[in-house]
Design a protein around this ligand. Structure first.
Ligand code: SAH
Length: 249
């Protein structure tokens, strides 16, 4: 670069750096906030339409307000930011996806989160579901098999200030025995059978929400309640489609 061009470049760079916060950014933030509000309305519609199968035509307002606050666009790759508030799953790399907002809301609702509840999530992925749980003030333990995803989800959660969500790279089939028992367990990838270690780590009176079924086919969301005597009662909810829960090596 010629010295004079270099000087001009530096001058314009300094000028840009000295500008007040860009109005373009504020506009973008505003657009994202409006898109997020529209997404929440779509989630309400989906809940109403599937109420016959889920028993939850109206989701808990605390869940809806968490959905309205968590910035989903922070959990998707840069090229997907414009689609972040569509009520759809989106690719997050490594062949994995961030779940559809309605499914995240439904699973969170079924978990009956109250502040301080200890929750295990298996399948951190982007960290979005963990953020929704953290936003509801649960004590969140989340496990992810792919180390790169675990790392980037942990970074995103920390950057957004979700100090009540911990992420660990590891095989969720084994659960997280050091922190068991959990009052709620949510699995966001589908095994063909309920992993026994997770059933063991569910506290009496606790609930697990898990998609179970064949790989790359339709699975069913199961709601499993562990009674005080340790016996479990299982209810079948919506047909869903999740990526497979892969056994670790
Ligand atoms: N809850 C995520 C979506 C998860 S997609 C979100 O909000 O973005 C399912 C995730 O489960 C994938 O990231 C996949 O890598 C992970 N996974 C698959 N098998 C696993 C296992 N045995 N243990 C932990 N995570 C697993």
């Amino acid at each position: 670069m010629l010295p004079s061009r270099l000087k001009r470049f530096l001058a314009s760079a300094l000028f840009l750096a000295a500008l007040p916060p860009e109005p373009a950014d504020a506009q973008a933030e505003d657009r994202l906030a409006r898109a997020r509000a529209a997404m929440v309305e779509e989630v309400r519609d989906d809940a109403r339409e599937t109420g016959y199968a889920t028993g939850r035509p109206v989701l808990d307002e605390a869940v809806m307000s968490a959905m309205a606050r968590v910035p989903r666009h922070e959990f998707v790759p840069p090229e997907a930011v414009a689609s972040a508030y569509l009520n759809r799953p989106l690719p997050i790399g490594h062949g994995q996806t961030i779940s559809q907002p309605f499914i995240v809301a439904l699973m969170t609702d079924l978990l009956r989160i109250t502040p301080g509840r200890k929750v295990l999530e298996v399948g951190t992925g982007s960290g979005y579901q963990a953020a929704v749980l953290a936003e509801m003030k649960a004590e969140v333990y989340s496990m992810e098999l792919i180390p790169e995803l675990a790392q980037s989800a942990a970074r995103t959660l920390a950057r957004l200030g979700y100090t009540n969500a911990r992420v660990k790279a590891g095989d969720g089939y084994a659960g997280w025995p050091e922190h068991a028992p959990f009052e709620a367990i949510v699995v966001t990838a589908a095994p063909e059978e309920v992993p026994p270690a997770l059933l063991e780590q569910l506290a009496p009176g606790g609930r697990m929400v898990i998609p179970v079924g064949p790989r790359h086919d339709v699975q069913h969301l199961l709601v499993i309640d562990k009674q005080a005597d340790g016996r479990t009662v299982t209810r079948k909810s919506l047909p869903v489609r999740f990526v497979p829960l892969v056994p670790g090596k």
